[in-house]
Design a protein around this ligand. Structure first.
Ligand code: URA
Length: 464
């Protein structure tokens, strides 16, 4: 067994060098353990680094350029298995040069999901980092707080150096802090999350970084006076921003993010927030979140179970076979899909890999519960007159408890206020029926249920 110790979480060059050497020595991925220097957990039975003998002949092999591009990104993902995953891919690429084109391959899908997650996180950092001027009475400096999901600070810092080339800035994060002095970027250790949003700690952090000469003075100030110091006015807005940028992401428990729920959510903000949801583990293997879609003023909200394979890859709900079935039935019932909001109870694809395909798995209650916050917030944002729950998972989310479809199907049920719910089957149930006759009958019943929804839509339009 080879133990490879990389110098940091973002040591791509170290990984590349080691991986190249391992491949040339024909060392199977199952025989390699990857870790990062200073990590307390050294796997049992591996207390020392094993050194590979030097390669005698200059061995080479080529890998597709898009693999290097993907590996550079995916290595920044926070999951501990990424080094091993990328080595496994590299190993397999040697005998299957086109492997990366097989999107359903579990290793390829996972590496892409990790690369995409990193890309999105870097974009989020570029979008939300807001600098505040600090230390005006000395020399102006600008600072921001950000909590990245992944190890993206070094990767994204050059963007800020280009964009804010004329101002000295610092971006504080729990992993690493990036600083720009107008000439060069430097990095210092991160600020622990435990330290983070407490005001006094934030103040200390600021002093440590930017105003060492004022440190003692500030420490000695009584609390009431401290509030009147120039730093206080700088710190307060920064702190509220820090809470806003941090909230929900550091603590994935759904009830925390519910507590932060604004009165009315803007759908775009909601979508952006949901993209970072870690309330259950399904995000890890999914390509991306598949959030609801449709007009903000929709009177009908259709709720499915969870995205399938096609939806996971496309990032849109109901675009695969079940979606085609749904579209046909909606049209027959007289409902224009463009006018309804379509979403799912669970917003990440749950599957098990089976060879080249990803087999759909039914979400379990903790996953439905963890994801319910997003359904509730979509409901508040759209405020539809009718919610159509398609299938048992959707019904469980809509009613907040296990709700058998057979007992509730096809009738209007009161929700809060004037809002109604309608339970029907899931379109993929129709796809699974083996008997053609039963399929026809059940499809007709599904259309009949949707006609009830169409009537409600007309009623809501008249009332508006
Ligand atoms: N099934 C669902 O429940 N939702 C989709 O988006 C696709 C298939």
């Amino acid at each position: 067994m080879q133990l490879i110790i990389l110098t940091s979480e973002t040591d791509f060059d170290g990984w590349r060098k080691a991986a190249r050497s391992l491949v040339l020595h024909r060392i199977d991925p199952a025989d390699v353990t990857w870790t990062v220097q200073g990590q307390s957990q050294v796997p049992s039975g591996l207390s020392e680094v094993s050194h590979l003998p030097p390669i005698e002949t200059e061995g080479t092999f080529s890998v597709p350029a898009n693999f290097i591009e993907l590996a550079r990104l995916a290595i920044l993902h926070r999951d501990g298995d990424r080094f091993a995953l990328l080595y496994r891919l590299l190993w397999r690429l040697k005998s299957d040069h086109d492997l990366l084109a097989t999107m359903s391959d579990p290793d390829v899908a996972q590496a892409n999901a990790r690369g995409n997650a990193v890309r999105r996180d870097a974009q989020r950092m570029r979008d939300v980092v807001r600098f505040r001027e600090i230390g005006r009475e000395h020399k102006a400096h600008y600072a921001a707080w950000f909590a990245p999901e992944h190890h993206i600070v070094e990767f994204t810092a050059p963007f800020f150096a280009r964009r804010f080339a004329d101002m000295p800035w610092s971006i504080l994060t729990p992993d690493v802090c990036a600083h720009w002095d107008g000439h060069a970027i430097s990095f210092t250790p991160g600020i622990s999350q435990m330290e983070m949003p407490a005001p006094s700690k934030l103040e200390e952090t600021w002093r440590r970084h930017f105003q060492p000469d004022r440190q003692q003075t500030l420490q000695d100030e009584p609390r009431t006076r401290r509030r009147n110091l120039p730093e206080a006015s700088i710190l307060e807005p920064l702190l509220s921003d820090a809470e806003r940028w941090t909230g929900g992401r550091m603590n994935p428990r759904p009830e925390i993010s519910m507590a932060r729920k604004p009165a009315t959510d803007d759908l775009e903000t909601l979508r952006e927030e949901a993209a970072h949801c870690r309330a259950c583990p399904l995000w890890k293997d999914a390509t991306q979140i598949v959030f609801g879609e449709g007009p903000r003023n929709a009177t009908i909200m259709l709720v499915g179970e969870q995205p399938g394979d096609k939806e996971d890859l496309a990032g849109h709900p109901f675009v695969g076979p079940a979606g085609q079935m749904l579209d046909r039935a909606l049209e027959e019932a007289g409902i224009d899909r463009k006018k309804v909001y379509v979403t799912n109870a669970v917003k990440h694809f749950k599957f098990v890999p089976r060879g080249k395909i990803r087999l759909h798995q039914k979400p379990v209650t903790p996953e439905i519960r963890a994801c319910r916050q997003w359904y509730e917030r979509e409901l508040a944002a759209i405020d539809p007159a009718l919610v159509v729950a398609m299938g048992a998972t959707a019904a469980q989310s809509v009613f907040g408890k296990i709700t058998p479809v057979g007992k509730t199907r096809g009738r209007l049920i009161d929700l809060d206020g004037d809002r109604k719910a309608l339970v029907t089957v899931h379109p993929s149930y129709l796809l699974r029926l083996p008997d053609e006759e039963a399929k026809k009958l059940e499809y007709q019943r599904f259309v009949d249920d949707l006609r009830i929804a169409a009537a409600q839509q007309k009623k809501a339009a008249r009332a508006a």
